[in-house]
Design a protein around this ligand. Structure first.
Ligand code: ATP
Length: 260
């Protein structure tokens, strides 16, 4: 599949949990090599949307197509096979493993060598592993973690652990990257650096990014397009500047401040 095919089309997506409509006929399009943010107050349906895109939740109705393939109903590993990788709001790295081995986990899907050949250390298996380790080093350098590869991932400062999680997802060589609150819990400097790395994922690697993020500064600077949800409904969709001044968006956020 070429990058030109890697459009994500969400149409009439509805998710109901026992009487509660978490997503109500939501639709948006993510063009290739763009950053698309999904924002909204707490409980708006952002995580539910992400969980459908990555196959963790089943849609009640509606469609999600990526490069022309229907995703709804596919299990997470099949969605990953189509070139969609995700990060998690809470870190999902194995705490005892080194950064390098954690990133090698991201290469698993791309590994051809079978269990027996790897166990016997056949030359083809050794060569393939060396190629993967080289790519892991390149990706670690891309996110600025090249000097941390030998450290246990769990020993890194929180901001660097989040970058390792991002790097692990990049190691899957995705066409579309789903980032769940990538700068949450980071210092101001780490937020800036991470925003620059995500911009590089789009501009240098040509990967599309869908971002759920509460940090409006990061969203407004980074996103090419924004979908705003409130109580499961789409209330605005467009450029960062247009949604920022949309009265429905202002009302949704002011409502949240007034009640929190
Ligand atoms: N597995 C579930 N079972 C039942 N209800 C759920 C489930 N997941 C989410 N919900 C409900 O769906 C609604 C949307 O939740 P969701 O987590 O998608 O919102 P959100 O926009 O991601 O919120 P936040 O910004 O607080 O993470 C909420 O009312 C939530 O309680």
């Amino acid at each position: 599949m070429t990058t030109g095919d890697a459009t994500l089309e969400v149409r009439d997506l509805t998710v109901r949990f026992a009487g509660l409509t978490a997503l109500d006929a939501v639709g948006f399009t993510v063009r290739p090599a763009t950053v698309h943010a999904v924002i909204g107050p707490n409980g708006a349906g952002k995580s539910t949307c992400f969980n459908v895109l990555s196959g963790v939740y089943r849609a009640t109705s509606g469609s999600v197509r990526f490069g022309g393939e229907e995703l709804t109903g596919l299990p997470p590993h099949r969605i990953a096979d189509l070139g969609i990788a995700r990060t998690f709001q809470n870190l999902a790295l194995p705490p005892g493993a080194t950064v390098e081995d954690s990133l090698m986990l991201g290469r698993h899907r791309l590994t051809r060598t079978g269990f027996v050949a790897a166990g016997l250390k056949l030359p083809s298996a050794v060569r393939e592993e060396a190629r993967h380790r080289e790519r892991v080093r390149e990706i670690a350098a891309f996110v600025g973690l090249e000097d941390q590869l030998a450290r246990p991932a769990g020993a890194l400062p929180y901001g660097q652990q989040k970058l390792a999680e991002l790097a692990r997802a990049l190691c899957m060589e995705p066409k579309l990257l789903l980032l769940d609150e990538p700068v949450a819990g980071m210092t101001a400097g780490e937020r800036r650096d991470t925003a620059a790395i995500v911009a590089g994922v789009r501009d240098s690697l040509g990967i599309s990014v869908v971002l759920v993020e509460h940090d409006m500064g990061v969203v407004m600077r980074l996103a090419d397009s924004v979908t705003v949800l409130d109580f499961g409904r789409l209330i605005a969709d467009g450029t960062p500047a247009s949604v920022q001044s949309d009265p429905a968006v202002v009302r949704a956020y002011l409502g949240e401040e007034a009640t929190s």
